[in-house]
Design a protein. Sequence first.
Length: 255
Amino acid sequence: MATTVMVNETHKLSQILRDSALVVGDSLNLDAVLDTVLSAARQVVAYDAASIMLLDEDMVTVVRHVGDEPLKQSSFYVDEVPHFRHIVKSKLSTFIPNVEADVNWVDITGTQWIRSYIGLPIFTKDVVYGILNVDGKQPDQFTESDLYILQVFAAQVALAIRNATLFQNLQTMTHTLEERIEERTHHLSELRTRVETILNHTADAMILTDEHLRIVQANFAFEQLFQYETDEQFSQPLPMLIAPSHRAQFEALLD
């Protein structure tokens, strides 16, 4: 009987972890991922409240909270809360079975009801994104097994934040590139307009060619002087428009 219960619990845990991992892998919606992770964690760890904090320089701010007790404060200086400081600086989890027996525990406004606590760093490699907090109303409410399970969820949150950050950076780079292309296109358009103005307001016959000596632009004076239609002159390279008796002299000038 005990074995059957253990097998069922293991299967349930595996299913929950797999489902939350699928959401993390398939979604770039960070808010949806955070909600999913907190909901999934509650199915396997009996907490009374949980929150996800994101780190910004020397402060952590709650971005997601689940629990019956309302938050009285959402932002904290890391160095003013010992267990937050330990988690962020060491990138190690903090497990306090009974906060009243912990000399380093500091009551935060509105959290005097907490009797047991687990805090986990949300990080990838050397980047700490924040903290996953899990709170209980009873001493010894959590176990070491709960800590290990929550570490998986913290890793999922870190992966989701990393993916969302990379996607946001990609969007920013794309937007910047599009702006530069638009600016360049506008600049080239202005340059072309300026050149056309010069070409069309001079009495001298003038043309522009590419590196293969194909005519890419000609002014009205050129068309009138050589009696070429626009489409006709663009259909052949410049040397073909020069009289055969002068082509050798023209090619020599190019050399």
